[in-house]
Design a protein around this ligand. Structure first.
Ligand code: CU
Ligand code: ZN
Length: 220
């Protein structure tokens, strides 16, 4: 009798069990992380294409630095285009950091929650031109600001990086782009001695603007 009861119970719950495991598989396989008001379908499309991402940088601490950075996946690498204002003149370290969190660190440091440089390949700090064994994936070098803004220096330009990506193990999506007060010397460990973090933004996939990748007009 107990045995027959067990069989009956199993056949009755089999459907429910199967459904549950199927749901679990879908959940654990879901590549979509924190959305930003976009529909799930849109986010899925972005994730699959993974061709374009943006980061809106906000000032940290006493800084007035702010701006936008966009990332466009191309066959040659990711084109990083930056438009930053409110900087002191000169070079500023420019990195992808591990965590997509621009809050204070445990010790109160502005932007400290972003953690260290994004380093999935366990390499030392280096220059963007170094090979994969000689740089963090997140090492994007420096940007240079010049006079021209109403609120300090302006850094505008673009660079193409062959290490970062918008999908896979070297994906920078969901991580933080951090701008520093000082110059990254491209060699000091662990982070180029670039000084305080003065602006930070989380990198998020987005719909590419019309004409992206086809506009050859130089910016100035
Ligand atoms: Cu940094
Ligand atoms: Zn680094």
């Amino acid at each position: 009798m107990p045995r027959a009861f067990l069989l009956l119970a199993c056949s009755l719950v089999a459907t429910a069990c199967a459904d549950e495991s199927e749901d679990y598989t879908q959940d654990s396989f879901d590549p979509i992380e924190a959305g930003d008001g976009s529909s799930e379908e849109e986010m899925t499309a972005f994730t699959q294409n993974a061709s374009y991402a943006t980061a809106r940088l906000d000032p940290l601490g006493e800084s007035a630095a702010t701006g936008t950075v966009t990332f466009t996946q191309t066959e040659d690498g990711v084109v990083v285009e930056y438009d930053l204002v409110g900087l002191e003149l000169g070079e500023h370290g420019f990195h992808v950091h591990q965590n997509g969190d621009c809050g204070r660190g445990d010790d109160g440091t502005p932007g400290g929650a972003a953690g260290g440089h994004f380093n999935p390949l366990d390499a030392p700090h280096g220059a963007p031109s170094d090979d994969r064994d000689g740089r963090h994936v997140g090492d994007l070098g420096n940007v240079t600001s010049e006079a021209g803004g109403t609120t300090g220096g302006v850094a505008r330009g673009q660079k193409t990086d062959s290490m970062i990506s918008l999908s896979g193990p070297t994906s920078i999506v969901g991580r933080a782009l951090v701008l520093h007060q000082g110059q990254d010397d491209l060699s000091s460990q662990p982070s180029g001695d670039a000084g305080d973090r003065i602006a930070c933004g989380v990198i998020e996939l987005a719909a590419p603007p019309a004409g992206v990748g086809t506009d050859s007009t130089p910016r100035d």
